[in-house]
Write a protein that binds this ligand. Structure first.
Ligand code: CA
Length: 229
């Protein structure tokens, strides 16, 4: 399903390590983006809107800690899970890594199986629908396995695009999504779609959600985009 597959950004300066990670993440069914240093990594966070970051501690230029600190100090990226990868194992470094706001920390050489398990665990919290969880927000319930949506117990009929749009909104209630971010998340990066298409589908989603006389839960944020609630 385009756009619903979680995307992991790897920020790691050693190409061989980056490739091993990318290969394994892709084999697990994830989309992968890669950066060779912190500056590029921060750029890709904006361009690729990843769902999780694997961040090497020792990077040329901006250190992994600094990258993490910047991500955690901005409201748009604060909720993005960051797993730090480090060759250091001293307790003091582990504490420093977590103090910068990193969500998790793995010491090299780590077990790939364990890393994948932790990636899934973090995504279950940050992108629950991508791993088959049921989403609830006010009176709306979305079941990502059966593709059923109800509002106050009444079933709503949604097209596949509206379903993905609602999933995106319900995973992060209150977050303001730009049209470009919605295009990337809902339609997928590889498909060319005009941003006005987003407006059309948001309109259809609103119609479905308000069909039984309920209030419109989608908020239009002038000059910015859309948000749920
Ligand atoms: Ca390194």
């Amino acid at each position: 399903m385009a756009g619903q597959v979680p995307k992991v950004l790897i920020i790691e300066d050693e190409p061989a390590q980056r490739e091993v990670l990318a290969y394994n993440l892709e084999a697990e069914g994830f989309q992968v983006a890669q950066a060779g240093d912190g500056e590029e990594g921060l750029l890709l966070v904006e361009e690729e809107t990843p769902d999780l970051i694997l961040l090497d501690w020792m990077l040329p230029g901006l250190s992994g800690i600094e990258v993490c600190r910047r991500l955690k100090s901005k409201s748009e990226t604060r909720g993005l899970p960051v797993v730090m990868l480090s060759a250091r194992s001293e307790e003091v470094d582990r504490v420093r890594g977590l103090e910068t706001g990193a969500d998790d920390y793995m010491v090299k050489p780590y077990s790939l199986a364990e890393l994948m398990a932790r990636v899934r665990a973090h995504l279950r919290r940050s992108r629950p629908a991508s791993v088959g969880e049921r989403l609830e927000w006010t009176d709306i319930v979305l079941d990502s396995e059966t593709h059923r949506v109800t509002r106050s117990g009444q079933e709503l009929k949604l097209g596949p695009t509206e379903f993905r749009l609602l999933t995106t909104f319900m995973e992060r209630p209150g977050r303001v999504w730009s049209r470009e971010q919605l295009l990337d998340r809902v339609w997928g990066r590889d498909i060319y779609v005009d941003t006005r298409t987003v407006d059309v589908h948001v309109g259809r989603l609103r119609k479905a959600l308000t069909k039984h006389g309920h209030e419109d839960p989608v908020r239009t944020v002038r000059g910015a985009g859309y948000a749920l609630g």
